[in-house]
Write a protein that binds this ligand. Sequence first.
Ligand code: ZN
Length: 429
Amino acid sequence: MILIVVLDGLRPDLLTPRQMPWLSRMAAGGAFCTASHATFPTATRINSSSLTTGCQPGRHGIVGNELYARAVDPLKAVSCADHRALQAVAASEGDRLLSVPTLGERLRAAGKRMVALGSGSPGTTFLLDPTQAGPVVNWAAAWPEATQEEVVRRWGGMLDESSSSAERTEFVTRALTEYLLPAEQPDVAVIWVTEPDHAQHHAGLGVPEALEMLGWVDRWLEGLVGRLEVEYPGALDCMITSDHGFSTISHHVSLREEREALEATLPVALEPGDLVFAGNGLYLNGQALEYLPEIRVSGAWSAEPNAAGVPGLTQSHSGNVASHGMASPFDVNNTLVAWGPSFQEGVTSGVPCGIVDIAPTVLHLLGVPAEGLDGRVLEELLRNGPNPADAPVVRTHRRGRLGAGRDQIAEYSEVSGHRYLDRVTVVEA
Ligand SMILES: [Zn+2]
């Protein structure tokens, strides 16, 4: 079995022997990637969909944590955290939420099975397998209906909004180990844990509350893998990743003020629905299309440390202490660790890779041919694969005019024709 675990928001530099001793040992004994990339924008549901499809957001279609779908609501964006909103978007687009085949669908077509679980928002879990090629379980809902009925029958109900992230994670862990593993005997199990993301958003990076959560996540993961090793002796491959990094917010931006400033530059008054903010994006309709033909923004960031000594500051419109979503290297660089019979031992790889490469690698390991993916098979991590130090890495950049006397520079690293966005910086033109 291949176990894929997503530890939401785990920055690779915070994966230390002091805070996460068990996962650090597994990283040292297996394959650890120092140049893994989240897809951009570095938001959760975008990366959830990239994990699910092996494709970039431009192909899978989830380009923000919020989406604007005129057929669902012409006046405002819907949240991708809400699975009902996602189902409504899918219904408005021919029952297809993601524009490309998913890992679950590709596996099912090859006669393999996948189960997916998550303790984050129902929407994030739903996006792991939106057509339910296999059963999907979240703390608030499960799909298809028969799966939810079985979860309710076994544990007396789903959890409610008052539950803690630890309770939610324990709930879906039980659903995996006591129900879905024995019932489905899956080839692939995906479990998405909502921490340390929650703790870091609310308490910040490097503070006691967030550090304690890293320890909790480490002990949880050790317990899960230990149990699976007993139940699946000798054949457990583990890929542990995160969906994005994290930055401390040093400067809050008000979207309402930005919008008012933008509207004040127009010669006409906009109608409701002409200008819709949605997560990291801005949707233009009607008069806004005519008078705002081009908008360019780039989020500022720096490598300065926060009060706890953790580097990476950013600006954000979120009300949290720390967040993600920008093209800062602290947001982009995510965690990727792999071990098991299919992977090299004791290898640290600096070859650029990313969350988009997990689906192609899993399909390759299971002998399922796959075409049309943006990601690549992570050959350099595989047993008998090439030495990561031999991979030719190419660094490129593109410079573009941002306006107001500034340029932005996007830096990329490239390997075997696959390109990863490292960072975007803003400079004087
Ligand atoms: Zn996240």
